[in-house]
Design a protein around this ligand. Sequence first.
Ligand code: AMP
Length: 216
Amino acid sequence: MYSKIFRAVIIGAPGSGKGTISERIVNTFGFLHISSGDILRQNIINNTELGRKAQRYIASGQLVPDEIVTKTMLGRITEVGNKSYILDGFPRNSAQAEILSAREQIDAVIDLNIPHDVIIERVKNRWIHAPSGRVYNIGFNDPKVPGKDDKTGEPLTQREDDKPEVVAKRLELYDELMRPVLAWYGKRGLVTSFKGRKTNEIWPRVEVFLKEKANK
Ligand code: AMP
């Protein structure tokens, strides 16, 4: 649809709706969605060496060491080749942002700014289809059959790291780590923040923003 290669980073705390917004970006603009969390979880399911290394950090709400994540993500970016993409979950701190910038020219950073109380309430209702990473939110985007994935009919699960204590810890960690990342991209004039309590209010603004940006 758009001839220019567009490379975006989407930033938002866990549960901020970045998965849903990313999916809409994929469907509307045809960008590839490269999610570090999905890649790591898939590796855990497949019991790869990477999955075994990452598992204990993820289960306790800690970040996976930079070395493991950057190697994995740069590897995926190389596989993708010359295609527009949206990075989700990466970079997660300044060290990762530095390493990414040495390799890739990022065109835009989309910052989803959602209050913590909204996120904690939302995450309680979140169910996922682990093999694909598809996310359902009870009362907002319910599966067609309760407890089952729409495409495969397989059972949905709640993530270990969606437990309230772990979520609160992740949000604190997240804010602390992302502040310098946002400042880093902010200095380069790349950050656009979208504030709000509902994904359906934020999405039209993201769509307009990307239509303008990706067309240039
Ligand atoms: P997410 O689905 O993005 O919330 O990621 C789930 C978990 O994977 C996080 O809580 C981290 O433990 C780990 N993770 C994902 N992306 C990164 C990253 N860029 N750096 C370090 N750990 C990550």
